[in-house]
Design a protein around this ligand. Structure first.
Ligand SMILES: [Fe+2]
Length: 353
């Protein structure tokens, strides 16, 4: 590749010793056994609604929040509240939370088994909707507010939530404008023996990046493609040109990188992208095994996430969250209780309302 003017690959500083991940990141909080058991019994009495019925969904949401407020200790609620604040930590882990007492077999379809109890869904909704809101896109998994993450036969070699191969560091839905996409992701364990979810923070990436590379990554010269899990017909959806690694108005480092194609807009961008990928390979990620009853919550543009390759059974659930759905409901003229939106419409309305 020809080096662009102003950036010489041959003389660029080389990363020698990437900073280690602090052993304390992410902070982990554990629910006492007695509260877990009481919460499990109460949640098992709920019925999972047809989420297309917004009245039924709202009732389930409210009941789930009430259970979370009843069974979550004040310390965990306070930590969650701090996490949801704009300058709060990039990730937290909750352990020993309720799991359905009678889980059905792992669904090979990637769809929620209708006979499944509603315990994990009630817990996920309760965790997220005390301080934030669940968010989904109708173009992905039918607009379901909670996604099943399982290997799907025929797609096990893909870089996606349906795969088994190592899933490289990425952000979800990087193709969407930042003011429309989810602010964070919750992963919840149902079955998972040892497979780790890996995360590298934007601060870690910046600390390891040569200044010239960091400067290029901060320029709006990258376009992110829509991931394979979205159904958009024939059209390939691309973001507007945007940076990959930048400092926001709060002074926080942010990072965004699609799991599918990233299209460089300039020759400098192509080179920076190549160096960025190499840099990620050198970093030492935090590793979280999202085991049964474990919730990993992270801000999607404060870190990149990935997953180790695995062979055994695995079933996680995933939910996107955001602090408010008001803008999304407004720009899509949606019902005041809507949580699922058409990503294609959001992509065409790129300007902030
Ligand atoms: Fe992901």
């Amino acid at each position: 590749m020809e080096a662009p003017s102003g950036y010489d690959m041959a003389t660029a500083p080389v990363v020698t010793v990437p900073p280690p991940t602090p052993a304390t990141f992410p902070a982990t909080l554990r629910l006492p056994d007695a509260l877990r058991d009481q919460w499990t019994a109460a949640a098992a009495k709920l019925t999972y609604p047809d989420y297309h019925d917004l009245t039924a969904w709202s009732a389930f949401r409210d009941a789930s929040v009430a259970l979370a407020q009843r069974f979550m200790p004040a310390e965990i609620r306070a930590t969650l509240n701090e996490f949801f604040a704009p300058a709060g930590p990039a990730a937290i882990v909750l352990e020993n939370f309720p799991v359905d007492p009678h889980l059905p077999p792992i669904p090979a379809s990637g769809m929620r088994p209708p006979e499944k109890e509603a315990v994990s869904e009630a817990v996920i909704t309760g965790i997220l909707c005390q301080d934030g809101e669940l968010l989904s896109f109708i173009n992905e998994k039918g607009g379901s507010p909670i996604h099943e993450v399982t290997p799907i036969p025929g797609r096990e070699g893909t870089q996606s939530n349906a795969g088994r191969v190592q899933f490289g560091f990425h952000s979800d839905n990087a193709f969407l404008p930042s003011w429309f996409k989810q602010q964070g992701i919750l992963l919840y364990g149902l079955y998972n023996e040892r497979t780790a979810t890996t995360v590298v923070t934007a601060d870690q990436i910046l600390a390891a990046a040569p200044p010239e590379l960091a400067a290029l990554l901060a320029q709006p010269i990258f376009r992110h493609a829509c991931p394979a899990s979205f159904t958009f017909g024939d059209a390939q959806a691309l973001s507007a040109p945007c940076p990959i690694l930048w400092r926001d108005e709060l002074g926080l480092m942010r990072v965004s990188a699609a799991s599918s194609t990233i299209v460089p807009v300039t020759p400098e961008a192509a080179l920076a992208l190549e160096l960025f990928r190499s840099l990620l390979d050198e970093l030492n990620p935090a590793r979280v095994v999202v085991s049964p009853g474990t919730a990993l919550l992270f801000k999607d543009d404060r870190l990149l996430h990935g997953r180790d390759a695995f062979q055994g059974p695995r079933w996680l659930q995933r939910a996107y969250f955001t602090s408010s759905l008001a803008l999304l409901r407004d720009v899509t003229s949606s019902d005041g209780r809507a949580f699922s939106f058409d990503a294609r419409a959001l992509l065409s309305g790129r300007e902030r309302a």
